[in-house]
Design a binder for this molecule. Structure first.
Ligand SMILES: [Zn+2]
Length: 531
């Protein structure tokens, strides 16, 4: 019997790779996708209309989403707005990504006893800044989205909407940076919003596509579901951002980073990315990795036909290597671009005559460099530490006994985990009328039971132990700008410095990477000037 797969985001980078893999195994699948009826999409999908059931519609429209979900066995929710688009349109990103998650949740729950399984594609951006010594991480670590990362916020909130108990069988696969040929031609000022020695464990687009097909196979065991996983292409793909730039520039025939960038153009913090302690778990279930040596992979990308002829020609003729100063001029312009250029923040924080503008720039500098003084101490390339970050992981405590079998957990374990988060686990949701009707759930059932929790500030919220203990989520009201339809001024701004003071679980991530006297609030100005 064929499995009916409903895929969102099929025309995007990861979705397209997944669609190709599903088509390569089309004898096993009824493939249904959701695509916006744009000219571009119609052209892109023209050749495959006979093999794919296309729902022409929009993730923001519940009826369109429901048409896709109706009768499907598995939903691959890959679609949404991503960077760099998300950096320029924060409000639209929130409306789109959170509205989509709500629609998917509602449509799956509407299937009553025939709910399809859900595969949600989350993001490493949910985990925020993981500089050394905390650059090794795993699921269950605290969710901590970097300031100004509107995309990361929506990915974390959507994960919360989709994995908090309403849907019976789900997984969240947190995607990393995707390596695909077009990355070689993506130039935008946000390329400097990364620390040189920050890290990512990249995932190739082919591995990501294979993953989407393999997760649909009936052989995937029951124990796989209702968990969070990190997607990465493995050890070879654990790079520092400096190593990544070296590989990338070499692949397109450009001189090395030192020749065309100033070290100071790169930020020193407030990005995201980590190497995975648990990346192999997903590989063991789905065997999606091709394990191509990373240098060879970059070579392959540079030969791809989706890389512009100009770049391929420049590589072949070594043109750029002969004129590094000209390449550097172009890069300097990028660092000095309005709004997202890092050098623009520095200049405006010092010299802007517009008070609001200057304050905005000062907050950017605080977020991405710590302070102007710290920016001024960034060494030049000659004195910069470009070494490979440590191979020794520092493990974060999740506040419960991880060796204990999940089936042996009780409410006392939840109370202990809550206390480590500065709060309480109140227990089962009650109606107040007939409380004795609620027996304490035991065994694995407990993990999927909605419990009431209270954060250090006294906010009460309902969440399953899976969401809190395995997902690393906590109070939604203490989360920055959680709600797309509430006025920004009425919502909690980014204020992680305060969270670290009341939540020991969060503090073990935040305190080592920030000064004790920092108290930065990123309020509604983060939306200023957009849209
Ligand atoms: Zn709270």
């Amino acid at each position: 019997m064929k499995t009916t797969v409903f895929l969102t985001g099929a025309t995007g980078t990861m979705g397209w790779a997944g669609l190709k893999e599903l088509l390569a195994h089309k004898e096993n699948y009824n493939i249904r996708i959701l695509a916006r009826p744009s000219e571009k999409n119609r052209r892109k999908l023209a050749g495959i209309e006979s093999d794919v059931d296309i729902v022409w519609g929009d993730l923001s429209c519940y009826e369109d989403v429901l048409r896709g979900v109706n009768g499907s066995d598995i939903v691959l929710h890959v679609g949404g707005m991503v960077s760099p688009q998300a950096d320029y349109r924060p409000r639209a990103t929130r409306r789109t990504n959170l509205g989509a998650a709500e629609n998917i949740r509602k449509a799956i729950v509407a299937q009553a006893d025939k709910q399809p399984k859900l595969v949600y594609i989350g993001s490493v951006a949910q985990m925020g800044d993981r500089r050394e010594p905390l650059h090794w991480g795993r699921t269950g670590d605290p969710i901590c989205v970097s300031a100004y990362d509107h995309y990361g916020l929506t990915k974390a909130m959507a994960e919360r909407i989709l994995t908090n108990g309403d849907i019976h069988k789900w997984v969240s696969l947190r995607q990393s940076g995707i390596l695909y040929p077009a990355i070689l031609k993506n130039y935008d000022p946000i390329m400097f919003h990364v620390p040189i020695r920050g890290v990512l464990e990249w995932a190739t687009v082919e591995d990501s596509g294979r993953l989407l097909e393999r997760v649909c196979r009936p052989q995937v065991p029951d124990e796989f579901w209702n968990r969070y996983y990190n997607i990465g292409s493995g050890e070879q793909y654990r790079l520092s951002n400096y190593e990544f730039e070296q590989l990338l520039l070499d692949a397109i025939g450009c001189p090395k980073p030192e020749k065309i960038f100033d070290a100071k153009w790169f930020t020193t913090r407030n990005f995201h990315g980590m190497w995975y302690l648990d990346g192999d778990v997903l590989e063991q279930y789905l065997h999606f990795r091709a394990n191509i040596p990373v240098k060879e992979y970059f070579e392959q990308m540079s030969r791809s036909r989706s890389v512009p002829v100009g770049i391929r020609l420049a590589k072949a003729t070594k043109a750029a290597k002969l004129v590094p100063h000209i390449v550097k001029l172009a890069m300097r312009a990028m660092a000095n671009k309005a709004v997202h250029g890092t050098q623009t923040w520095i200049k405006e924080s010092l010299h802007s005559t517009d008070d609001a503008h200057r304050r905005t720039a000062q907050l950017r500098v605080a977020a991405y460099y710590g302070s102007l003084e710290k920016y001024n101490t960034i060494p030049d390339w000659q004195h910069a530490d470009l070494s490979h970050p440590s191979n020794t992981p520092v493990l974060l405590d999740h506040g419960y006994d991880e060796r204990k079998p999940m089936s042996e957990f009780t409410l006392q374990d939840m109370e202990k985990a809550a206390a480590f988060r500065g709060g309480k686990c109140i227990g089962l949701e009650t109606t107040g009328e007939n409380d004795t009707a609620y027996a304490e759930p035991t065994g694995l059932e407990l993990w999927d039971t909605p419990l009431v929790w209270e954060c250090a500030e006294g906010h009460r919220f309902t969440a399953t132990p899976r969401l809190i203990l395995l997902g690393g989520h906590w109070c939604p009201q203490c989360f920055p700008y959680p709600y797309p339809h509430v006025p920004d001024e009425q919502q909690r701004p980014w204020h992680w410095d305060a969270e670290a003071k009341r939540n020991p679980f969060f503090a073990q991530l935040w305190t080592p990477l920030h000064d004790a006297d920092e108290d930065n609030i990123y309020d509604a100005h983060v939306f200023d000037g957009w849209e």
